[in-house]
Each structure stands twice: as structure tokens, then as C-alpha cells.
Design a protein around this ligand. Structure first.
Ligand code: HEC
Length: 285
């Protein structure tokens, strides 16, 4: 699904100037939307652990759990004889090597998946009384279920498409044209490899000032930035203690102007906190 469940535009909204230019941050990240079968051909229910395995694990480890060992995806068929359950649980939660972390799964989901992988899940037939038929018409479960909200990520956890993944845009509402579009945010790991800013997933909106600046936090790199509203060039940036997943505000006290943002973080898998950060130019002497 593109753009994703979380935009295009997200709840941060945009900032509009009286001249009709609208500044708005957007996400450009693909998500996967998948239906999984909840019933077998004989009408019996597929256990939830198996459904979740199909949704979260089968793309790499195979529908049959045999993986693709030559391609680097291990078989899970006898994994219980190689590793204790606690370790499998940890790998599933934290990831390993090229395997992404699945910390979004609840403990119950993770346990049900492991039961299925280790073969301790009751076969679906045993859910019925011995010898009792389970005609399809009696099974009231819908035949398909939504497999859950998932980003489509590469093996390192980055969006599986060419960047930019998050942008700030200036849209001319008079003409419908996009005046400029620039990446919003960057990932330090990619920066260290010399990759130009990719933009990050972003939640929180911009504020535009009469002085020609667009202030925005929102990124997954704990930074607030000021952009030139004419060109989209970054004029200033400052580190935040936690992600600025909010819309900044600006106010003036005794002639001195401040920009304030709530830095609560907690989005995009980043740490959460509880700071409010205000910035201003040095006081005039
Ligand atoms: C994007 C591909 C991918 C997905 C999706 C994935 N895995 Fe993996 N998995 C791997 C790779 C690659 C490895 C090998 C990791 C390494 O090199 O250490 C692995 C390793 C494992 C191992 C250790 C196997 C061993 O022999 O030591 C377990 C257990 C495992 N995965 C379970 C799961 C479960 C359960 C899910 C679903 C919740 C899942 N994986 C989803 C790629 C994936």
C-alpha cells in the first residue's frame, strides 16, 4: 500500500501562509496489507499462531518453514533441536543478523507463533470433539483475516524502496504546483556511510513565520529544523532530547521571539520522554 496507512499527510497537518503557500510534511513509505486464510479446505480454523506465522515469517522462512538456506534464510523445521525456546523467543523479538526485530508482536502472539514453529500447537482438528464433523457452514470465522499493520522494510529495517522516505513540501495552492520538495530528517547510520539525507518517517507538523521560516521537528532523528520558506534550504537545526512529534508554536515575550516544541518521542520505534523545549536567538545587549 503506497502511500501508507500513515500518509502522505499525517495528523500533524500543514502550515499555510496568507499568500497561498501550504507547507506540509509527508511520509513516502510502503506498507504491506495482506489477507491470510483463517480456514482450511475442510472448514476447520487455522490456529492464530499459524496465521501469524504466514503473515510475519513465511515471506522469508517459507510457507513450509523450510526457508531458503542457500539464500541465507534458515529452515525452521528442526530449529527446536538446535536452540532453546527462550533463545528463539529472543531472536523473534530482537531480530538477528539480517532478520528484522518483531517487537510489535504481543507475548501471546509470539508464543503462539513459536508453538506453531516448534510443532507444539494443537492440530486444528483437535479443537473439535473426536469424530465430530465441522461443516464449513458451521464455521462462523470469516474466511480471511487482515494480517496486521506492517511496514515493508528491507533487511536492515529501512523502507524497501528508493528514498526519499520523508519530505517537507511547499505547495502553491493558487496553481496546484509543488514549489519545492526536500528530504526531512536523516538516519545517522546511513549518513555515516556517506548516503545523502533520505528523510525519515515523520509525525508532527510545521509552523510558518512571517519572517520567512518553516519550523518543524517530526523526524525520527530527534531534531528540530528551520527551513527557508522560499527555497526549502535548511537554515538551522538543533538536537532534541526526544523526538519532536508535535507541531511547534511561536510566541514573543518583551520583544524576544521563541519557538517551542513538545518533545515526547515514542514514534517510529524511538525513545519516549517528556520535555518541552523552547529556543530563541541570543538576547540583544
Ligand atoms: C525479512 C526476512 C525474515 C523474516 C520476515 C523473518 N526472519 Fe527469521 N531469520 C531471518 C534470517 C536472515 C535469519 C538468520 C539470522 C542470522 O544470520 O543470524 C533468521 C533466523 C531466525 C531464527 C534462528 C534460526 C536458527 O537456525 O538459528 C528463528 C528462530 C527465526 N528466524 C524465527 C522467525 C520468526 C518466528 C519469524 C516471524 C515472526 C521470522 N523469523 C521472520 C530472516 C527473517
Amino acid at each position: 500500500m503506497f502511500p501508507e496507512f500513515d500518509g502522505g499527510m499525517e495528523w500533524g497537518g500543514g502550515a499555510a501562509d496568507p499568500d497561498g503557500i501550504y507547507y506540509v510534511n509527508i511520509n513516502e513509505i510502503p506498507w504491506l496489507m495482506q489477507m491470510v486464510e483463517t480456514r482450511r479446505a475442510d472448514g476447520t480454523s487455522v490456529p492464530s499462531g499459524e496465521q501469524d506465522y504466514m503473515a510475519f515469517c513465511a515471506s522469508c522462512h517459507g510457507l513450509d518453514r523450510a526457508g531458503n538456506p542457500t539464500g541465507g534464510f534458515p529452515s525452521l523445521i528442526d530449529v527446536g533441536s538446535r536452540k532453546p525456546r527462550e533463545q528463539l523467543s529472543l531472536i523473534t523479538r530482537q531480530g538477528a543478523g539480517r532478520m528484522p526485530a518483531f517487537d510489535q508482536l504481543s507475548d501471546a502472539q509470539r508464543n503462539a507463533i513459536l508453538d506453531y514453529v516448534l510443532g507444539v500447537a494443537p492440530p486444528s482438528a483437535s479443537r473439535r470433539e473426536e469424530g465430530q464433523a465441522a461443516p464449513t457452514s458451521m464455521n462462523t470465522t470469516p474466511p480471511y483475516a487482515f494480517s496486521g499493520f506492517r511496514r515493508w522494510s528491507d533487511a536492515e529495517g529501512f523502507p524497501a524502496i528508493k528514498p526519499p522516505w520523508g519530505t517537507l513540501n511547499a505547495v502553491d495552492l493558487n496553481t496546484g504546483e509543488i514549489k519545492w520538495k526536500v528530504p526531512l530528517g536523516e538516519y545517522p547510520q546511513l549518513k555515516a556511510r556517506g548516503i545523502p539525507p533520505t528523510g525519515t518517517e515523520n509525525y508532527g507538523g510545521p509552523v510558518v513565520t512571517a519572517g520567512g521560516l518553516v519550523f518543524i521537528g517530526a523526524t525520527a532523528d530527534e531534531t528540530i529544523r528551520a527551513f527557508d520558506k522560499q527555497t526549502g534550504a535548511i537554515l538551522w537545526q538543533a538536537e532534541l532530547p526526544f523526538g519532536g512529534n508535535a507541531t511547534p508554536s511561536t510566541y514573543m515575550i518583551n520583544g524576544r521571539q521563541f519557538v517551542v516544541i513538545s518533545a515526547g518521542g515514542g514514534k517510529s520505534g524511538r525513545p519516549a520522554g517528556d520535555r518541552i523545549m523552547a529556543f530563541a536567538l541570543p538576547e540583544a545587549k
